[in-house]
Design a protein around this ligand. Structure first.
Ligand code: SF4
Length: 71
């Protein structure tokens, strides 16, 4: 599984992540990002990396093999 996290100390609410993957990222009523899910299957890695790459403040962390790489 891939673990995702958002550093809300960095997030400026640009919403680029939501555009990149609306099934995972969303904006709350205050305009900051939150996650619909915090762990997703490995086949989402490239989409998640794209979402992390379009965040202007690099607030998105994507950690592959969050389960220790055991399959
Ligand atoms: S792209 Fe980055 S700054 Fe913008 S809402 Fe997403 S996490 Fe926040």
């Amino acid at each position: 599984m891939i673990k995702i996290s958002i550093d809300l100390g960095l997030c400026q609410g640009y919403g680029n992540c939501v555009s990149a993957d609306p099934e995972i990222f969303d904006l709350n009523d205050s305009g900051f990002a939150f996650l619909h899910v915090e762990e997703v299957p490995d086949d989402r890695l490239s989409t998640l990396r794209d979402a992390a790459a379009v965040c202007p403040v690099e607030a998105i962390r994507v950690e592959p093999d969050a389960d220790g790489g055991q399959r």
